[in-house]
Design a protein around this ligand. Structure first.
Ligand code: ZN
Length: 129
């Protein structure tokens, strides 16, 4: 077992919201510094295996807002109308999530994982201060 493999094994992916945790996690390449969201086994830019992973602080800037008026199912219909945002996180990747009402492009936001429609989902609200 080499050191890179040992490091990969130490990453606790159960902290990620997609695994039921309360954090956004991302990966980065130790060879070319590419940063990306959603877990992969290799770098999408250069193919390097065993990428590193980190927990995102959750601070970012809104890049797009869409108000949803028609929900995909009954669980989300109960939330209508709601806002979906695209956010550029400070670590250098873009994520989609639910947004607080009234957010506009350029707003500084912070992320927390909330249970919405029975599912843990990233939720962005205006950053304090
Ligand atoms: Zn790379």
């Amino acid at each position: 077992m080499n050191d890179a493999f040992a490091e990969e094994q130490a990453i606790d992916w159960t902290r990620d919201w997609t695994r039921g945790g309360d954090q956004l996690m991302y990966q980065h390449c130790l060879a070319c510094r590419q940063v990306w969201y959603f877990r992969r086994g290799f770098c999408p830019a250069c193919g390097q295996a065993e990428p590193a992973a980190s927990v995102c602080i959750g601070a970012g800037t809104v890049q797009a807002c869409t108000q949803v008026e028609r929900a995909p199912n009954d669980e989300f219909r109960a939330l209508l109308p709601y806002c979906i945002v695209l956010v550029d996180l400070d670590e250098g990747f873009r994520a989609m999530g639910h947004g607080a009402p009234g957010l506009v492009i350029g707003d500084r936001v912070r992320c927390e994982v909330r249970t919405l429609a029975g599912k843990p989902l990233p939720y962005f609200e205006a950053a304090a201060g």
